[in-house]
Design a protein around this ligand. Structure first.
Ligand code: IPM
Ligand code: MG
Length: 364
C-alpha cells in the first residue's frame, strides 16, 4: 500500500491534481501499487478554511504518508496578507517542516517539443539538465529578517543570507550522487567573487568533489550561468546551487523546455518526499480546463521514482508523456500550428491511455 497525501492547493492546482491521480491509478493497476489517497488543505484554501496556510493537521498527515503531491498555491485573493500568512508561507513551512533540503528540478527538452523552446531548435534539442536547489536555507530562511523605520521617515529592510558547512555538504552530496547516475558533471553556481556565504559554498563543494574523482566539477558565477543557459545549455548536466539562485535559474531552465507547464520537481531529504510542478497556481486560467497537467503528471512520476523506488513505474509515465506529445496532443501553452489542441482533462486521458497501452499506444 502507498499512502499519498494530495495537496491540490489553489488556482489550477485542483484540476491538474485530478489528472495526476488519474494517471497514477492506471500505473498502480499495472505495477500492483495499491494507492491510498488523502486530501488535505494547504495554501489559500487553508487560509480561507482554517485561518493559516499550513494547518498542523496537514503537516501531520504528510509526515505519516509515503509521498506528498502538491498542486500549486497562491492567488491575488491572498496577496495583501502579511508575509507569514500568505499561501507561499505555507510552502516554505512544509519544506522546512518536512526537512526537504534538496529540490530536484529536471529541465529536459522532449524531442517533439523542440520547436516550442524559446531557443533555436539546434540549441534546445537534447537539453537535459538537473537543477539541484538547496531548499531549506539561504536567503529564504536566514535570520535576522525584519523591517524597521529609519530617522528619515523611510524604512530599512533586512534579509540574511547564511549557509553552514553542514547545509552545503549535504546538498552537494545529493548533486554529486545524482551526477553519478547521469553524465558525470556538476556545475556549482555561486557568487563567490562577492558573497562570503558563496566563498564557503565553493570551498565545501570543492571538498565534496574530491570524494567523487570520477565526476567533473566546475564552479560558475551565477550571472555567467544565467547567460550560459541561453548560450549553450547542453554544456550542463547537474547544476548545484543555493535556494535563491536555484529559484531563478530553474525558471530560466524551464523556458528552454518550451513551457513552465512542463517542469516537475521533487523535494527530498526528509522522511517523506514532496512532489510539485515548478509552475504556480495560474489563477487567470483556473477552472477553464486549459491548464497543462504535464508538469504535475511528471511530478507524480518523480514520486514513483524517489518515494516508492519504482523506476519502472516512473518510466512508464515519462514514456507515456513523450508518446502523447509525439502524437501531437498539446495544451494551449505548448500548442503550435498543425497540432491537436486539447484541454487539461483530455491531456490527462491521453497520458493515462498511453500508460495503459504501454509501447503499443498510437501504433494502430
Ligand atoms: C518555487 C516558487 C516558490 C519559491 C515561491 C512560490 C515561494 O517560486 O517553488 O520556485 O520561491 O521557492
Ligand atoms: Mg520559483
Amino acid at each position: 500500500m502507498a499512502k499519498i497525501v494530495l495537496l491540490p492547493g489553489d488556482g489550477i492546482g485542483t484540476e491538474i491534481m485530478q489528472e495526476a491521480v488519474k494517471v497514477l491509478e492506471v500505473v498502480g493497476e499495472m505495477e500492483d501499487i495499491d494507492f491510498q489517497w488523502e486530501t488535505a488543505d494547504m495554501g489559500g484554501v487553508a487560509i480561507d478554511e482554517h485561518g493559516t496556510p499550513l494547518p498542523d493537521d496537514t503537516l501531520d498527515a504528510c509526515r505519516e504518508a509515503d509521498g506528498v503531491l502538491l498542486g500549486a498555491v497562491g492567488g491575488p485573493k491572498w496577496d495583501d496578507l502579511p508575509g507569514d500568512l500568505r499561501p507561499e508561507a505555507g510552502l516554505l513551512g512544509i519544506r522546512r517542516g518536512l526537512g526537504l533540503f534538496a529540490n530536484l528540478r529536471p529541465a529536459r527538452v522532449f524531442n517533439p517539443l523542440v520547436d516550442a523552446s524559446s531557443l533555436k531548435a539546434e540549441l534546445a534539442a537534447g537539453v537535459d539538465i538537473l537543477v539541484v536547489r538547496e531548499l531549506t536555507g539561504g536567503l529564504y530562511f536566514g535570520r535576522p529578517r525584519f523591517r524597521e523605520e529609519t530617522e528619515t521617515g523611510g524604512f530599512r529592510a533586512v534579509d540574511t543570507l547564511e549557509y553552514t558547512t553542514e547545509e552545503i555538504r549535504r546538498i552537494a552530496l545529493v548533486a554529486f550522487e545524482a551526477a553519478q547516475k547521469r553524465r558525470q558533471k556538476v556545475t556549482s553556481v555561486d557568487k563567490s567573487n562577492i558573497l562570503e556565504s558563496s566563498r564557503l559554498w565553493r570551498e565545501v563543494v570543492g571538498e565534496v568533489a574530491r570524494e567523487f574523482p570520477s565526476i567533473e566539477c566546475e564552479h560558475m558565477f551565477v550571472d555567467n550561468c544565467a547567460m550560459q543557459l541561453l548560450r549553450d545549455p547542453k554544456q550542463f548536466d547537474v547544476i548545484l546551487t543555493t535556494n535563491m539562485f536555484g529559484d531563478i535559474l530553474s525558471d530560466e531552465a524551464a523556458m528552454l523546455t518550451g513551457s513552465l507547464g512542463m517542469l516537475p520537481s521533487a523535494s527530498i531529504g526528509g522522511s517523506v518526499g514532496l512532489y510539485e510542478p515548478v509552475h504556480g497556481s495560474a489563477p487567470t486560467i483556473a477552472g477553464q480546463d486549459i491548464a497543462n497537467p504535464l508538469a504535475m503528471i511528471l511530478s507524480a512520476a518523480m514520486l514513483l521514482q524517489y518515494s516508492l523506488n519504482n523506476v519502472k513505474a516512473a518510466l512508464r509515465v515519462e514514456k507515456a508523456v513523450e508518446d502523447v506529445l509525439r502524437r501531437g496532443y498539446r495544451t494551449q501553452d505548448i500548442w503550435q500550428e498543425g497540432m491537436q489542441l486539447v484541454g487539461t482533462k483530455a491531456m490527462g486521458d491521453e497520458v493515462a491511455k498511453a500508460v495503459a497501452e504501454g509501447g503499443t499506444y498510437g501504433k494502430s
